[in-house]
Every structure is written in structure tokens, then in C-alpha cells.
Design a binder for this molecule. Structure first.
Ligand SMILES: Nc1ncnc2c1ncn2[C@@H]1O[C@H](COP(=O)(O)OP(=O)(O)OP(=O)(O)O)[C@@H](O)[C@H]1O
Length: 715
């Protein structure tokens, strides 16, 4: 007898039961395989269940495992674990269908449908149907079983689709999601056919549960336990790390992006949680295994140190030690510093904060500026001069000041230039560099020494590209020779929280035609969280990192509870609420390190952490050196959460005067460009923080709540 498990449901159930019960599963599987008639197993047919092949078996005094045992087949399919009554309720309306079209074993939930009475209702009039352009036959080929076709015909809008989603099995739901997002049925069927080509059971007349289990397509949904007494390593791995199965199975769409041979740079866009980083990591592996020669290396870079560290750790579990030696995971500023120091044989000292402010104040005094022009001058330097890599007065005189609304006369420009030159000279005298200076110096060195191949990089993968400075991309272009599969860039302008818009074409990176891709399906966040997060940024426009507009719209595969948003009288009341919710979550089986508390400011972070300690809740700050597996509540600023994800997220201190920060608003109030840029960054920051949550989000404040949640204009 072979024993397999239905991933999505079984893993969910498994993650909710106590550790002692989890350990019993392995023994139970062995026992089932050896002798299913073993009386001790207490195998019982569940007559109340809709599916005639459903059985239950005793795991312990309290828990039962639900399984499917198709007649005349030598297989047990584990689907659920729960207390007796709850398990019965769960299984009651489920039907397990080996679907010849999708080559998978599907789970249909008739209970949901019948409760809503949707099966017997009238279909939506033609033209008002989200899937009107999909024929019945195409729906069938997409895996919709015949009796469910009338249900699809009732779906008028994307919102309707949300309500109906739990009815569909995951694979068909995913295919329908693609169509709902604008893909043609033919395109989606093409993806399916590619899979069928891989399937050895494609021509069989009857499609059985055993066929579904052995079909390669099922590798995403079914885990197989090995035939010998030791459990298959894969099953054990997935059971122990249920949230990371994407490391093993990619969706066919993702797979095709990862495995293509591209004639030049590729750009992949997609909203939060659409799998961009997952794809980037798989791409690194694929490049090494299929496209690169021995000795050629891959650079994997991103914007922040914490994220680079996190990516390195995950990559090291996906790649062999030998492959890992051929990949450098490093954030862009560290890379630039490395090149500049190696190339110029000099020590780079980064200057920022008060030293730099003091230098600017000195220059402003010398050139007789009013103190309130500080923001204007710094922005002119960062947004126009540094952004465009300008180094001479002639260049500055002729550069279009795109995105700067305050006009400046020629004489004013000259005064600005004199002030800037003073700062630049002084920085040189002290041997000080800002990060952008280092990027530029590194690039200039590479351009002047084209034959120098410092690190044997043949290709680069760039994550979180929206926050990369133009100088960063120019540096990468100078570092990686133009060739097939040279640059793989993933990013999302919705999440830009550090830099200004980049135009890849202006950095010598030319993305053409089919090398520009967009992912639309969110695998991380529930639709409820996604929608709430999108509300915060809905009035903004987003670029495609190359001078165009990103009109993309995403959809989440999962449904969940609505975000909880609450404001409290004072900070203590807010923190007490958070602590009590955390205690409840821990009691319900959520692990400490699955919970994150994010706050707008560093001061707020200290307060939150003190509060957790006071209540004996171990906590840890998000940082490049932290170990995310330690059983601690993860705390960090919203900025630090970039690129990460957690099961439950609290955004605390989301106060009116924190988000956006009133002090910064005041400083920028006379600079409309800067003010708008800052507000947009703050909206994106909130979007980023909210979309870190997989299952549930709590947003709290003391005093009035941030206006960004109620009024996306931020006014
Ligand atoms: N093929 C897949 N199967 C299952 N889960 C997946 C798959 N692809 C992605 N995911 C899940 O979605 C999560 C989000 O993926 P990822 O971090 O790559 O998204 P992203 O687009 O880079 O997000 P962000 O831009 O918000 O940081 C992953 O952690 C993973 O849990």
C-alpha cells in the first residue's frame, strides 16, 4: 500500500496540531503501509461524507486522520487531521476527483456551494460574466468538472470570484485567476498542455487516483511517502518547513520565466508577494546549472544589507556548496565599495548624518543661502546632480530637471553649482564618500579598465530593483558584459521607498519585447490584506522601471479574515492590546517567530521591545545578522521589513503624526516636489509593511490613526 498526502490541506492541518501528535504521523504512515487491516488503526469508513472513498483512522486519543482510499487502488491519501467532530465537519462536503484534464487529484468543496445555494441559481446574463469569453469546453479543459460549469457562469466580477474561490481546487482556481487577470483561455491552456506533454498518463482513457499521484503535474499538490520504512526525505522536508514548498515546486508560469534562454536583459515586474524573489533565486540556480560555463559566476544583488543576508541564507539551502561558491550575494553598496577599493586601492569612508549636514550648512553660509533652502539644495543635489551622474557645470547647465517643479534661473543655477562644488571638494579633501559617489567611482573604474574582470561575473540577478539608484544600474552594466542571459531584474514600483524612478534604457540596459514580463498572482497575502494595502496607494501612478507605466493589477490566491484596525487612548493601552493578542495567537499554535511587530520609527521599536520583555515575550530585532529560526517575536521598523514575510503582522504606532512624520512634513512644506515624493514614499512604505503579512494583519495607533489608511491623499 502506498501512502501519500495532499499537500495544501494536510500541511495546514499538520501545522496546527501539537508536536507530540505530529510525531505520531510518521508511525501511522508506516503502520498503514504495512498492514491496513491492523485493528489498532481503527480504520472507519465515513458514511456521512459525500465522497464514498473517505475513511478516518485514529492518530491518538484526541485526533483522527482523514484519508481517501479509492476502491480497487493500492493507495491511501492523507487529507486532514483534527479532533473527531471537527474532522467530520471538515470532510462532509468534500469530493476528491482525479481530473484527466489537469492531470491532478482535485478537491471540490460541495458543502460551500450547497450552503450558498449557488448551484441552483440562475447564471449571470451573457456579457455580465467574468468568464463569458471562455467556452464550456475550455472551462472543462481547465479542470472545471461538468456540474460546476453553471457556477462559473454566475461569476460577474472579480469580487464575485473572490467569494467563489474556496469552491474551486487550487489548480483550476489558479488557471481561472490568470484568465480573470486578462490572460486568454488559449494562453492558459497552452501552459497546461506543456505540462501534459511531460505527463506519461496523458493518453490513458480512465484517469485514476494512482495516475494523478504519479503525474508530474501533481508534484505541486501531492507528497509521496517512500516505499521503504524510512519516510521519503521530501515529505519530511515539506512537513517540517510547510511554508517553503516553493523551493521545491514552481508554478509552470514561474518555471517558464526561470528556464528561458533570453537574448539580453530581462525585467520581471509584479506586485508584492507575486513570487519575484522566488523566481530570482530559482533563476540563479538555473543559470549555474544550464547556461553558464564552469568558472563563470553569478552576482545576486539587492538594495539592503538585511535582505541580501536573508537571500544568501535561503540560497544556501537551495544550491549545492559548489554552486554556492559560484554566487556572490551582496547588497549593491557593499559591491560598489569592494570594486572602488580594489580598483583605486583606496579606503572608502562613507559620510552621512550630521557630518554631511554640517558641511552643507558651511557651504550655504559661504554662498549666502537662507537656512530654509536646505531641503531644496539637498534635493537638487540628490535628485538632479547625483541622479544624472553630473560632474561638470556644462553638464548641469544643460540637464533637464525632470520631476523638479521649482524653476531655477541661470544665475541661480550657477549659485547652486558653486555651493555643490564646495561640498564636493570638501568631501574629496576629507576622503568622504556618499553611497552614490561610491557607485559612480566604481563604475568609472570599470569603464576605464574594461579588460579587468574582477570577479568573473557572467550574469547578475537584481532583486528589489525599484529602489536601486540609476548609478547602481550603470555600475551593473559596466560590470556584466552584454550577452545572452546577462541581467535578470525583478522589481515593483509600488514598493519604492528609497530612491527615485529609474529608467533602465538610460543606464545602457535595453529590455526588448518578450523580455519584459509581469506576474499577477499573489501567493503570499490574503485577498483581504492585499485589497486593503492597495487602497493606500490607489491614487498613485507607477512606472515600469523603464520610463513606461505599470498598469498591472494583481489577485491573491488565498482568502482570509479582514485586517483589524484599531486606535487606543494611549501607548500603554495599545501595547497591552498587542501583547494580549500575541498571547492568544501563541496559545492557538502560532509560533513566536511567525509574528512580526513593525513600527514607523526606531524610538517606537525600542518601546515595543521593552513592552514585550516586560511581559516575558522573547523578541528580536530584524537585522542582517539575526537568526529568523530562533523562537522570538520579530520586531523592526517598517523599512527593515522590506522583502520579508511573516504569518501575522502587527503595525504598531501607526499614528497620525508618525505616518507621515510631522517633523519631516514641516521641513519639506515649502518644497512641493519633495513633499509629494515623501508622501508617496510613506504610502509605499505602508503598502510594503502591510503586504508582509501572509494570514492576518493588525494596525494600531494611540491617538488618531494615520490618515494614509482613510485618506490615501494623505491630506
Ligand atoms: N510556486 C509557489 N508555490 C507556493 N508558494 C509560492 C510560490 N511562489 C511564491 N510563493 C510564496 O509567495 C511568497 C512570496 O514570494 P516572493 O517573496 O518571491 O514574492 P515577491 O514578489 O518577491 O514579494 P515582495 O515584492 O513583496 O517582496 C513566498 O514566500 C512563497 O511563500
Amino acid at each position: 500500500m502506498s501512502v501519500v498526502a495532499l499537500q495544501d490541506t494536510f500541511l495546514e492541518a499538520y501545522s496546527k496540531i501539537p508536536k507530540t501528535e505530529q510525531k505520531r504521523i510518521y508511525k501511522l504512515i508506516d503502520a498503514l503501509r504495512l498492514d491496513m487491516n491492523n485493528k489498532g488503526l481503527n480504520l472507519e469508513r465515513m458514511r456521512e461524507a459525500l465522497d464514498p472513498n473517505v475513511y478516518s483512522v485514529r492518530l491518538s486519543h484526541s485526533y483522527r486522520v482523514i484519508l481517501v482510499r479509492p476502491e480497487d487502488e493500492n493507495v491511501f491519501l492523507l487529507v486532514w487531521i483534527d479532533h473527531h467532530d471537527k474532522a467530520y465537519r471538515w470532510i462532509k462536503g468534500k469530493r476528491f476527483v482525479p481530473n484527466k484534464e489537469t492531470r491532478t487529484l482535485q478537491m471540490w468543496d460541495m458543502e460551500n456551494v450547497n450552503a450558498d445555494g449557488v448551484v441552483t441559481g440562475e447564471p449571470a446574463p451573457a456579457g455580465q460574466n467574468l468568464f463569458a469569453h471562455v467556452t464550456d469546453e475550455q472551462l472543462y479543459q481547465l479542470g472545471v468538472i461538468r456540474e460546476f460549469i453553471p457556477i462559473v457562469r454566475k461569476i460577474k466580477t472579480l469580487d464575485d470570484f473572490e467569494i467563489y474561490k474556496p469552491v474551486f481546487p487550487n489548480d483550476t482556481c489558479e488557471y481561472l485567476s490568470f484568465i480573470a487577470q486578462g490572460d486568454s483561455p488559449e494562453e492558459v491552456l497552452q501552459v497546461m498542455r506543456e505540462l501534459e506533454r511531460e505527463s506519461d498518463a496523458a493518453d490513458k482513457k480512465d484517469f485514476t487516483v494512482s495516475d494523478a499521484i504519479t503525474s508530474p503535474v501533481s508534484s505541486r499538490t501531492i507528497m509521496v511517502a517512500a516505499k521503504d520504512r524510512k519516510l521519503n526525505r521530501q515529505l519530511q522536508e515539506v512537513l517540517e518547513q510547510p511554508l517553503e514548498r516553493w523551493r521545491i515546486f514552481l508554478h509552470p508560469r514561474q518555471k517558464s520565466v526561470v528556464e528561458k534562454n533570453y537574448r539580453g536583459p530581462v525585467r520581471v515586474l509584479g506586485g508584492a508577494g507575486t513570487g519575484k524573489t522566488v523566481i530570482a533565486m530559482h533563476r540563479a540556480r538555473y543559470l549555474l546549472q544550464h547556461f553558464l560555463q564552469n568558472g563563470e559566476r553569478v552576482l545576486f544583488t539587492t538594495f539592503t544589507r538585511t535582505l541580501a543576508q536573508n537571500l544568501k541564507q535561503i540560497l544556501s539551502t537551495m544550491l549545492s556548496p559548489h554552486e554556492m561558491e559560484r554566487v556572490d550575494v551582496i547588497h549593491i553598496d557593499a559591491l560598489a565599495k569592494r570594486i572602488a577599493e580594489k580598483g583605486n586601492a583606496c579606503k572608502v569612508t562613507i559620510v552621512s548624518g550630521y557630518k554631511l549636514n554640517a558641511l552643507w550648512k558651511e557651504a550655504m553660509q559661504k554662498y549666502d543661502w537662507d537656512a530654509d533652502k536646505y531641503t531644496f539644495l539637498r534635493a537638487e543635489y540628490d535628485r538632479v546632480i547625483q541622479y544624472n551622474g553630473i560632474e561638470t557645470w556644462q553638464e548641469y547647465m544643460s540637464v533637464p530637471r525632470i520631476g523638479r517643479r521649482t524653476s531655477v534661473s541661470r544665475s541661480m543655477r550657477k549659485r547652486i553649482w558653486n555651493t555643490v562644488s564646495y561640498v564636493v571638494e570638501k568631501k574629496k579633501e576629507h576622503g568622504w564618500f556618499e553611497h552614490t559617489d561610491v557607485l559612480r567611482e566604481a563604475r568609472k573604474w570599470l569603464e576605464a579598465n574594461p579588460s579587468q574582470s574582477l570577479f568573473q561575473y557572467r550574469a547578475a540577478i537584481i532583486d528589489e530593483a525599484q529602489d536601486m539608484h540609476q548609478e547602481g544600474f550603470r555600475l551593473l552594466r559596466a560590470l556584466i558584459p552584454e550577452a545572452e542571459n546577462d541581467l535578470f531584474i525583478v522589481g515593483d514600483a509600488h514598493q519604492r521607498i528609497y530612491s527615485r524612478q529609474v529608467v533602465l534604457g538610460r543606464c545602457g540596459i535595453h529590455v526588448r519585447g518578450r523580455r519584459s514580463l509581469r506576474l499577477n498572482v499573489n501567493y503570499r497575502t490574503t485577498e483581504q490584506i492585499r485589497q486593503k494595502a492597495v487602497e493606500v496607494i490607489r491614487k498613485m501612478e507607477f512606472d515600469d522601471l523603464d520610463g513606461g507605466v505599470d498598469h498591472g493589477n494583481d489577485i491573491s490566491l488565498f482568502s482570509g479574515t479582514v485586517p483589524v484596525i484599531r486606535s487606543f487612548r494611549n501607548s500603554t493601552a495599545e501595547k497591552e492590546f498587542i501583547v494580549s493578542r500575541i498571547r492568544e495567537l501563541l496559545e492557538s499554535g502560532v509560533k513566536r517567530n511567525e509574528i512580526a511587530i513593525l513600527v514607523p520609527t526606531n524610538d517606537g521599536l525600542e518601546i515595543v521591545m521593552k513592552h514585550l520583555y516586560k511581559h516575558e515575550l522573547p523578541a528580536e530585532k530584524l537585522s542582517a545578522n539575526m537568526n529568523p529560526d530562533r523562537p522570538r517575536i520579530q520586531c523592526g521598523t517598517m523599512h527593515n521589513s522590506k522583502g520579508l514575510e511573516f504569518r501575522i503582522v502587527f503595525i504598531a504606532e501607526a499614528n497620525e503624526d508618525n505616518l507621515p512624520n510631522t517633523g519631516v512634513l514641516n521641513m519639506k512644506k515649502n518644497e512641493p516636489d519633495e513633499l509629494e515624493a515623501y508622501l508617496n514614499e510613506q504610502r509605499s512604505l505602508l503598502y510594503v509593511a502591510m503586504t508582509r503579512a501572509r494570514e492576518q494583519i493588525y494596525i494600531t495607533s494611540y491617538g488618531p490613526l494615520t490618515a494614509l489608511l482613510s485618506d490615501p491623499s494623505g491630506n
